[in-house]
Design a protein around this ligand. Sequence first.
Ligand code: UDP
Ligand code: MG
Length: 326
Amino acid sequence: MSDNLANKKNPVYSVVAPVFNEIGCVEEFYNQVSHVMSSLKSTWELILVDDGSTDGSTDIILKLAEKDDHVKPVIFARNFGHQIAVTAGLDYARGDAVLIIDADLQDPPEVMLDLIAKWKEGYEVVYAVRRKREGESWFKLFTASAFYRLIYRITDVKIPLDTGDFRLLDRKVVNVLCDMRERHRFLRGMASWVGYRQIGVEYDRKERFAGKTKYPFSKMLKLALNAITGFSYFPLQMATYLGFICACISIVAIPVVIVLRLSHQAALLGQATTLIMVLFLGGVQLITLGILGEYIGRIYDEVKGRPLYIVSRAPDIPNTSIRRKN
Ligand code: UDP
Ligand code: MG
């Protein structure tokens, strides 16, 4: 990949990191990234997207930006969520290669060198695969593992297993992603969907440098639902399958009940059987309605056409077309 010749102002590498209440991490993160990127002898920028932090991380980001021109702060008006923060980072990134990395140092910045090496070999998407995860609860490990395998089975896009958003994207891929303005985003799925030459690089996921996870179970569930609804109709099709199964059972049951009645057997009598059947079918119908609701809610959100995020402060980038932000 050639250095950016067309526009000398654009850096070769953009590092994009979402920050949400990471006061204990953000400075050390900057130090480590800056150390790794300076060793490359190429131009680079670090886009720190502040996702509505309330713990003072914003001030640290702004101070870092004052001290070092490489740092470009994008400050959100409120918390919009990790996936949206990364999206804003991609919108503002100008590099030929864009590296997405968490700001809590769970993704070691030195692994970026391995990603860059693969990019130089000609791969457009280089994703980091978690070989080991340190310092995370069994619950997180179990749910994450189950989540990746479920998504792999039921979605139409083969999203690599045990892969988060830590990855390198070539400018071509970033441009495509910036044009995909869906609201309920699952970026790793979107990056797989794009295609191009993709490859994984293994790494050991570290413990958080400081603070606690910003992904409680409710946010994980939301991400999982976005992944499933964004890349699969399987839940909708399940309603059809369940309908067929119930219809088949009833067709078989009708002659059985008639024969039993004619032979004066006392089988299947009583209210309990009826009650259980009504509750069972009611449950299936409500679940199906809920699934429909998940999809309809997402359609409604798309139709409203609100901006994906609201920025209260962002770098003034001359001569670049900041991608459509809504
Ligand atoms: N994050 C964010 N907005 C959120 C939640 C998280 O920008 O609403 C950032 C967070 O600061 C971190 C990254 O996303 O840099 C990953 O979050 P976290 O480490 O909490 O997730 P985990 O690694 O536990 O899955
Ligand atoms: Mg983390």
